[in-house]
Design a protein around this ligand. Structure first.
Ligand SMILES: [Zn+2]
Length: 503
């Protein structure tokens, strides 16, 4: 409606668009239906479309291949965050009820020859409908296709069916994945002193809600007191966990990255392993490492099995739990440098109010439901900002852990969120929009570095802070980690190493 205000001409076009999509759906269903599969096919599509409609209407998200990958990689406790009465309403009214009618309806199947004739006629009729509506409003269709490309993402069910076909094709029919080696020449000079680095992969933390970046609410009270190098203009590789996390650890950078390339190549964690001089550990309180930590020690911190800081019913485990026991781990790695990656639950939506203990409910009133549209923008913002404050405390705690090792090790902490989050601007919530049409809120992310005293001595801090003010992207992480550990390899590009300017 925003793009096509209802003038008489446009109403005609909108009607023709409806006819076009009816034609398209008839075409597809006719093509793929036959005696035994018609009913199951229709029921499957009705149920899936009712769920799609719910998520599109409620959060204004788009169901494309990367959203499907994200959904399939989501665990059950995250999905239960999304359950609601409205969701069940959509499912019953738009999914189950019509499915029941389809199930009960009597279909008479004609003989093969008759069926073939009917099918061909039906296909011709549907093509006629599509062609007719396009012919009548050809000018509108040209602009629709050229200038309003994003609108097609909202076609239900055609777009999600298209996306699933594309997803299955890309994921399962592209031949087996053979892991390509990267940076096998990597080595660390013997004279390098031992490093202890914590890399925190944040979750859905948008830059403009960080008080470090000038946000009016104090969301970084602890970090604000520390001597950190803040990156106010930092942009993510993708708009979802499944896209950003493997991309930021890969050598490709946003322009060249694809899911297939990501899982098909070794990443920077693997390269550090090749040196034989860095102990590696990945702790995860999010979903999983998205394939990044497949070849190094990985510990699941989503349940009370490993995580000692969980809610009474065990449904929510805190990021701080990932710090428990790290002293012992560090003590056990006697000879080498250490990289510990902590993958946060952070600001995972829509149930932001679940993401922090009561003591962090600083901003009030708070949105206490996953039905974001039932809350005011202020209530949503408060819940989201409280979760940021909890992350602030977690990050400060991680830094104080590192401070205890300063001297024995050269210490550093890198924090980068995986992507941002929409909080209802223009009716858009959550994240995962196709990159080119995603609002800044989903791409502009919180990022900072912290260097321990003995690490600082090797860098010109004033230069580093000055460079931090310009725009950077996730492309930097791969090279910054290599630079930080002093790794020599052909794949290292100093231009993309955040610390190189200050060396
Ligand atoms: Zn994420």
């Amino acid at each position: 409606m925003r793009i096509y205000p209802p003038t008489v001409d446009d109403i005609g076009f909108l009607l023709s668009l409806a006819v076009f999509f009816i034609g398209l759906n008839i075409f597809l269903f006719t093509l793929f239906s036959s005696t035994y599969i018609t009913k199951p096919l229709l029921i499957l599509i009705l149920v899936a479309s009712s769920l799609t409609a719910y998520f599109m209407d409620t959060y204004h998200v788009v169901i494309d291949t990367s959203m499907i990958r994200n959904t399939l990689q989501t665990n059950l406790s995250e999905s239960s965050d999304l359950l609601s009465v409205k969701l069940i309403g959509y499912l019953l009214l738009l999914g189950i009820l019509p499915s029941y009618l389809v199930y009960r309806s009597k279909v008479t199947y004609p003989g093969f020859k008759q069926a073939l004739i009917e099918k061909v006629l039906m296909l011709l009729l549907s093509v006629g409908l599509m062609a007719g509506s396009m012919y009548l409003f050809s000018k509108h269709y040209t602009s629709f296709i050229r200038e309003h490309k994003p609108l097609r993402y909202h076609a239900n069910p055609s777009y999600w069916i298209y996306s699933i076909v594309k997803y299955v094709n890309k994921t399962y029919f592209d031949g087996p994945v053979i892991l390509q080696p990267v940076g096998r020449d990597a080595m660390i000079d013997r004279n390098q002193s031992k490093k202890l680095v914590i890399m925190v992969v944040g979750e859905a933390a948008r830059a403009d809600h960080f008080s470090l970046n000038g946000y009016s609410k104090l969301t970084n009270p602890e970090l604000g007191k520390l001597d950190i190098i803040n990156y106010p203009q930092f942009y993510s590789c993708g708009t979802s966990t499944a896209a950003s996390v493997p991309c930021m650890f890969s050598k490709f950078g946003r322009e060249n990255y694809s899911y297939k390339k990501g899982i098909g190549h070794e990443n920077v964690i693997d390269i550090l392993k090749h040196t034989g001089k860095v102990s590696l550990l990945w702790r995860d309180n999010n979903s999983d490492s998205k394939g990044v930590a497949l070849r190094i020690p990985y510990q699941d911190y989503k349940t009370s099995k490993n995580n000692t800081i969980c809610s009474a019913d065990g449904s929510e485990c805190r990021d701080s739990g990932m710090l428990v026991g790290l002293d012992r781990y560090i003590a056990e790695q006697n000879s080498s440098s250490i990289l510990i990656v902590l993958h946060q639950m952070g600001n995972h939506g829509p149930a932001y109010y679940k993401r922090y203990p009561e003591a962090f409910a600083h901003f009030k009133p708070v949105c206490q439901t996953n039905q974001l549209e039932q809350c005011s923008r202020e209530e949503i913002g408060n819940a989201y900002d409280n979760a940021l404050r909890y992350s602030d405390a977690f990050l400060a705690k991680s830094i104080s852990l590192l401070q205890r090792y300063d001297g024995e090790y050269q210490t550093a902490l890198i924090y980068m969120s995986d992507h941002g989050e929409s909080l209802g601007e223009k009716g858009v919530y959550l994240h995962g929009m196709p990159y080119f049409m995603a609002p800044d809120a989903q791409k502009h992310i919180g990022t900072f570095l912290w260097l321990g005293k003995s690490m600082q001595q090797h860098y010109a801090l004033a230069k580093l802070k000055k460079d931090a003010a310009r725009q950077h992207t996730h492309d930097a992480l791969f090279h910054t980690l290599l630079g930080l550990f002093g790794v020599q390899t052909k794949v290292y590009n100093p231009q993309l190493d955040l610390l190189h300017v200050a060396r």
